[in-house]
Write a protein that binds this ligand. Structure first.
Ligand code: C2E
Ligand code: MG
Ligand code: MG
Ligand code: MG
Length: 277
């Protein structure tokens, strides 16, 4: 099955006209992909936790689990430098299950943890009905109720396919809380929102970053916030870095944020000590 996914992921490249750097890029890709396979086997991937905060009280409302790779030779690698290869190689499916198990380990180690922790899953994985079954099995075996788990799925064309939507609905029916990540920057029509079983919308940090660059940016963000509100979704704004941004967001009625202004992604122990775990 993994081989099939790999073939599928690479089919499109077959007829392309390769540029000069292709040979080199291919070698890099091959080595990073075999390194990634090793990483999954040798436990070189670990999670950090970034707190989510209620603006009015400053209270923690939960965490997002973010993967890091401790590469034996290259050192610490952020997900931006290897997630594209995870997606391209077809490894996303095994990868997402690995992250789900890593999340279960945290819950096992910190039984007093009651705040929700979200994990990111690849929109690619949602193409497969077996992913729903296998993901559910991971939590079932760990004795974790599905409604204690938040799944972040990045807004993309991928999740607009009929299959992906029906699998997302299945996850939702099972009780998982679904968050639409990086909302507002994908190439998607707004009407697809009507079909998606999401409870939480995470507004992409690009909206926050653009706030001090143009007054129109405020209008656009305000519109996104109101759309989420009208649809009855909980909204979390990502990427809040400064007090000025926070003040503006608060004035726009934003209730929940995530960003460096409050906390960066933290080592698990440091993150969970914030809520007394
Ligand atoms: P994301 O899910 O949108 O996660 C938020 C990213 O924004 C994280 O980057 C976080 O560290 C960063 N961030 C948080 N607050 C701020 C801020 O105030 N300013 C700025 N500039 N950045 C902020 P990170 O950890 O490098 O992750 C990047 C992306 O990689 C994630 O975006 C997610 O799409 C993907 N990713 C991370 N962990 C996982 C995982 O376990 N599984 C999967 N499938 N994807 C993951
Ligand atoms: Mg996320
Ligand atoms: Mg994401
Ligand atoms: Mg995001």
């Amino acid at each position: 099955e993994a081989a099939l996914r790999y073939a599928k992921a690479h089919r499109r490249g077959a007829g392309e006209d390769y540029s000069h750097g292709y040979q080199r890029a291919l070698l890099d890709n091959v080595s990073i992909i075999s390194d990634l396979r090793n990483a999954l086997e040798n436990n070189e991937l670990f999670l950090m936790l970034q707190p989510k905060v209620e603006v009015q009280s400053g209270n923690l409302i939960g965490y997002e689990a973010l993967v890091r790779w401790q590469h034996p030779q290259k050192g610490l690698i952020p997900p931006g430098d290897f997630m594209p290869q995870v997606e391209k190689s077809g490894l996303y499916y095994e990868f997402d299950l690995y992250i789900a198990r890593a999340y279960c380990d945290i819950r096992r180690q910190y039984p007093a943890l009651t705040l929700p922790v979200s994990i990111n899953i690849s929109a690619n994985s949602l193409q497969y009905g077996s992913f729903v079954t296998e993901l559910a099995a991971v939590f079932e075996q760990a004795g974790i109720a599905f409604d204690e788990v938040e799944l972040e799925v990045t807004e993309s064309v991928l999740i607009q396919s009929d299959e992906a939507i029906s699998h997302l609905k299945k996850l939702h029916q099972l009780g998982f809380v679904i968050c639409l990540d990086d909302f507002g920057v994908g190439f998607s029509s707004l009407s697809y929102l009507l079909n998606l079983p999401v409870q939480i919308i995470k507004v992409d940090r690009a909206f926050v970053a653009s706030l001090d660059q143009s007054p129109d940016a405020v209008a656009v963000l305000n519109c996104v916030l109101r759309l989420g509100d009208e649809l009855g979704k909980r909204i979390i704004v990502e990427g809040v870095e400064t007090e000025a941004q926070l003040d503006l967001l608060a004035a726009l009625g934003v209730r929940y944020v995530q960003g460096y202004y409050y906390y960066r992604p933290l080592a698990i122990e440091a993150a969970l000590s914030l809520c007394g775990c």
